[in-house]
Design a protein around this ligand. Structure first.
Ligand SMILES: Nc1ncnc2c1ncn2[C@@H]1O[C@H](COP(=O)(O)OP(=O)(O)OP(=O)(O)O)[C@@H](O)[C@H]1O
Ligand SMILES: Cc1ncc(COP(=O)(O)O)c(N)n1
Length: 273
């Protein structure tokens, strides 16, 4: 009989993107690329492609809770990430189960609106996000509009982004990463704050319309690295390299805002041999 290999495991609690570029699909693809065993708990099914979101169908609450219980009673994740959580009620429930099972290394990507503008989280859910999820988070990874919604600050430049990071840290996350994809600069900077120091992860902006799922992919990569036991500093640095490569080596999929290339790293290695 073959010997069983010990693997690190990561869980994503998020929505399904039928088009395969964001949500659960982006997360599990990313886990796989990092060599981490991926698990998923679905909050909602979206009918979606590269042109937009055509429908959102939440999983019934007891279905969500049964998935969490099934994972918790058998498979202990080394890291957990949350993406689209759909509603305040679902957020409260997910937070309850994370505490109940003692899951750590929690990456909270506070997904609110899809790139095309469709809402993926009810407005009433903001308070639940602050009250139940942020105190459990090892790291929160909002984009600029999400950081603005959570803090009530308009982020017009560096000073405001620093202030927003301080506010988010005080809401309970150990680390805050405010991603800069939505700013217009030639370089894309992600601000990282640990309650002590602010630092920036910077790389060249790729001028492309194919950035569907960048945030999901980045936060899943952070979770994969944390599952391995990497420090947060190394986790975010490697996640930034991974997403940069995935955007630079784009793939031709769909007629709208296409997905990033989750297997870009592997393909580059393959081509070198
Ligand atoms: N055009 C780009 N070129 C290079 N890096 C980018 C670009 N757009 C986004 N990124 C990087 O991708 C990651 C996600 O950033 P972004 O601000 O787009 O998140 P997001 O809006 O949550 O993504 P999404 O909603 O598409 O999942 C960050 O690490 C950011 O630096
Ligand atoms: C199920 C699901 N989760 C997250 C996103 C955000 O990704 P994007 O902002 O790139 O549309 C999405 N579109 N769908």
């Amino acid at each position: 009989m073959g010997q069983l290999i010990k693997v690190c495991k990561a869980l994503t609690v998020a929505g399904s993107d039928s088009g395969g570029g964001a949500g659960i699909q982006a997360d599990v693809k990313t886990f796989q690329e990092f060599g981490v065993y991926g698990m998923s708990v679905l909050t909602a099914v979206t009918a979606q492609n590269t042109t937009g979101v055509q429908g959102v169908y939440p999983v019934p609450l007891d279905g969500l809770e049964q998935q969490l219980t099934s994972i918790g009673s058998d498979l202990k994740p080394d890291a957990v990430k949350t993406g689209m959580l759909f509603s305040g009620e679902y957020i409260e429930s997910v937070a309850f189960f994370i505490k109940k099972f003692g899951w750590s290394n929690l990456v909270v990507d506070p997904v609110m609106v899809a790139k095309g503008g469709a809402s993926l989280l009810g407005e009433e859910a903001l308070e639940a996000m602050k009250m139940y999820m942020l105190p459990l988070a090892k790291v929160i990874t909002p984009n600029i509009p999400e950081a603005e919604a959570l803090t009530g600050i308009e982020i017009t430049g560096d000073e405001a982004r620093h202030e927003a990071a301080r506010i988010l840290f005080n809401m309970g996350a150990d680390y805050v990463v405010i991603k800069g994809g939505h700013m217009e600069d030639e370089f894309v900077s992600d601000l990282v704050y640990n309650g002590n120091e602010m630092c920036e992860l910077i790389d060249k902006r790729v001028y492309t319309k194919n950035t569907h799922g960048t945030g999901c992919t980045f936060s899943a990569a952070v979770a994969a690295e944390l599952a391995y036991g990497k420090t947060m500093e190394n986790a975010v640095r490697n996640a930034k390299k991974f997403i940069q490569t995935a955007i630079e080596h784009g793939i031709d999929v769909g007629s709208g805002h296409g997905p990033v290339n989750h297997f870009a790293y592997r393909r580059i290695l393959h081509e070198q041999h």
